[in-house]
Design a protein around this ligand. Sequence first.
Ligand code: SF4
Ligand code: SF4
Length: 295
Amino acid sequence: MSDAGTTVIAVASGKGGTGKTTVAAHLAIAGARGRPTMLVDLDVEAPDASGYFKGAGRSGDASEVSVLVPRLVEARCTGCGLCAKACRFGAILAIGGVITIDPKVCKGCGACVNACPAAALEEIPMTVGQTSSFDADGLAILEGRMAIGDIRSTVVIEAAKKRAAESGAALQIRDCPPGVSCPATHAIEGADYVVLVAEPTEFSIHDLGAAVRLARGRGVPAGVVINKEGFGDADIAGFCEREGIPVIGRIAFKRERAASGAAAEPWSDDAAISGEIDAILALAADGARTDGGLR
Ligand code: SF4
Ligand code: SF4
């Protein structure tokens, strides 16, 4: 369990289109019936979890996320190139003693500023995104969103995680970016349990394998939810058995559910799905508490 008695459950998938956000939104709805719960949208390139809550109102406390990027003071620069050598992100080019800084690539680590012997780099804030909070009938929603054209998703993800941790919610449900690249890794890190959503297709099995390796690599226990069961015939359950990872839920494919998901509308009028979601949440919370499932 995370600090201060908070349980953090990350909902992830090896690929897009599995219904990850739909499952995350429903787990949050179920969680909010029993304890203070926050749905944390970390899919910062295209956050859409709040769309499931048509009445959600912005609380007005949107907060900018920024990094400190270096600005060259040409009059002091000797052209030594030490700043470019110090930058492991390739944000500074030194060619023939001429320094070029690409602030859009800069991660704000400050290494170049520390490396400069001439104090020729000043730091200025640059906005990379924002976090916003919503309230949806007792469910708190926190959304991270990258600034248009920016590429520093991980900075926004970490800012949203920090703000969520400060909220004091007893349960956090994170909607993670799809895939297994750097943003997904940051979104999973620090969670107590990962719910991996997969659909019964061969593509999904392949990508689920990568997601399992990611969870294992980060040392976070995980279980699989087979969504749209019956939609395809790939043997997800067999894969999970071979991998030694538990299947903690099965959600049958229904055309009405697919239509609701496409329209970002809850399934909650369906009693069968409510029971299944409650069971998934209970198993994930138990896995978080017992450190079980994957490791
Ligand atoms: S602050 Fe870090 S990432 Fe940005 S330019 Fe300097 S060394 Fe590179
Ligand atoms: S380290 Fe400082 S002095 Fe050297 S090239 Fe970079 S900005 Fe100029």
